[in-house]
Design a protein around this ligand. Structure first.
Ligand SMILES: Nc1ncnc2c1ncn2[C@@H]1O[C@H](COP(=O)(O)OP(=O)(O)OP(=O)(O)O)[C@@H](O)[C@H]1O
Ligand SMILES: [Mg+2]
Length: 238
């Protein structure tokens, strides 16, 4: 489904990613780990086409991602990150509906601010993250964990085939972090999931395959059960 080859990204004369190769099958669940500054976020921004300054090729369903326009890409790839990018002043339901914006005409988008379009689908997305009662609340009135779930509902509304999650749990306390990871895994069961995680324990517990990035290169790419303490010690230079 995704084939990355010879991916190199150089910025301001600094090599951030170097000769990255890997392939991802449909519905695979992959955790990306590695030290701070290794290039994980850069890799995710390239995969979501927010960054196009690189060499090498990235094929999604055998087509170069550079050839997809943003609307086509929004059916294929959705992102969720620590910042969540919710609009605090809007009601929860409007933030969920924002998952559809790339699909909608400008008129429909503006109209939806007054009378939510596809409200049933949005309510269903909110119900899968256990927030059905909160749809009419102002987003700024929600807790951090609830906002995280609104961001997941927005992603479900967008319904992409591939979900890229960059440290989605970094701002949550440990019990919320675990809930949030489990919710993301269960709500994206029919999707391909690539998640950057600082919590190596969670990566090993919840994911089948671990790709470690160090100094902009793939340091190892293994099944989670094959990752040893020595691998992790060398990766993080413990
Ligand atoms: N525009 C830029 N110009 C120069 N260097 C950059 C630029 N953007 C990122 N970098 C550098 O690239 C490296 C990789 O950054 P990136 O954000 O991808 O790391 P990361 O693995 O996500 O780290 P973290 O775990 O801390 O989030 C860092 O050293 C960063 O300073
Ligand atoms: Mg990062």
């Amino acid at each position: 489904m995704i084939d990355i080859s010879k991916l190199t990204c150089i910025k301001n004369n600094t090599t951030i990613l170097k000769d990255i190769h890997f392939s991802v099958h449909s519905k695979e669940r992959i955790a990306i780990i590695g030290p701070s500054g290794a290039g994980k976020t850069t890799l995710m921004t390239i995969l979501s086409k927010q960054e196009e300054d690189y060499t090498g090729s990235i094929l999604v369903n055998n087509k170069d991602i550079k050839t997809y326009d943003h609307r086509e890409l929004s059916h294929l790839v959705g992102s969720i990150s620590q910042e969540m990018n919710l609009i605090d002043n809007l009601k929860v339901i409007h933030n969920v509906l924002a998952g559809k914006l790339k699909d909608w005409s400008f008129i429909k988008s503006v109209y939806s601010l007054f009378i939510p379009q596809e409200k049933q689908a949005a309510l269903q997305a909110l119900s899968s993250v256990h927030l059905e009662g909160h749809y009419d609340k102002k987003t700024s009135d929600l807790s951090g964990g609830e906002k995280q779930r609104v961001a997941i509902a927005r992603l479900l509304m967008q319904n992409p085939l591939i979900v890229l999650a960059d440290e989605p749990i970094a701002s949550l306390d440990p019990s919320l972090a675990r809930n949030s990871i489990e919710l993301l895994l269960s709500t994206t069961q029919d999707k391909t999931l690539i998640m950057v995680l600082h919590h190596v324990d969670y990566a090993l517990e919840y994911f089948d395959r671990i790709i470690a990035i160090k100094n902009g290169e793939v340091y190892f790419d293994k099944k989670a059960i094959q990752v040893s303490q020595e691998d992790l010690g060398a990766l993080y230079e413990l």
